[in-house]
Design a protein around this ligand. Sequence first.
Ligand code: SF4
Ligand code: F3S
Ligand code: FES
Length: 248
Amino acid sequence: MGYDLKMRIWRGDESGGELTDYTVQVESGEVVLDAIHRLQATQAGDLAVRWNCKAGKCGSCSAEVNGRPRLMCMTRLSDFDETETITVTPMRTFPVVRDLVTDVSFNYEKAAELPAFAPPPRDADGKRRMMQVDVERGQEFRKCIECFLCQNTCHVVRDHEDNKPAFAGPRFFLRYAELDMHPLDTHDRRELAQGAAGLGMCNITKCCTEVCPENIKITDNAIIPMKERVIDRKFDPLVWLGNKIGIR
Ligand code: SF4
Ligand code: F3S
Ligand code: FES
């Protein structure tokens, strides 16, 4: 059944902007991104929005719907009352390019700081082997679609621009953990995670986990185990002795 949906959309650019009211014809089975597309087609042809797959897999359509970080293509209109005004604003943690599009290059800079997977030489038969349990552990981490909703939500950077240089954020703690738990990775990432990446600034509020559209248990399965690995290294008697005599 079709109905008139009231929407309030943030319009503007890096110099400022404001919420603009629209009324758009929608169908009850549609998602927020459908409504945005109909707005573009019928009354706001210059409305900027980033999207790609419309299937919750490319991570492009991240925004804040009624103040909650969401993928617009996975947010059903039927989740809201038909009389409710749906407000859509750009992700708050990243600089606005225009309207609903933000500049997420902060995340690409953090990705570039992370050392790549570094496997040892192959076995004599040219293969590399790992246990099935290790293969399965990594599967959850690789579900990440890089929507950056977790990065947008984390309070350490959401309202604290000054923390950004020292904090990689939950998406990259996930990547640190994935690689550090990988039995074939030879790089010890624990010092880097705790130091340059700012793992210690995370106080486990779990807001990142709550907004992840892939339902990755970022805090429980990546951040907390990574913090434990950092502690293990710190209290490793060999590391402690090495630090004392200045060889590690
Ligand atoms: Fe998005 Fe989840 Fe990946 Fe964060 S961990 S970028 S919320 S998919
Ligand atoms: Fe931020 Fe997630 Fe830690 S929201 S504080 S990275 S648990
Ligand atoms: Fe790809 Fe929404 S358009 S995740």
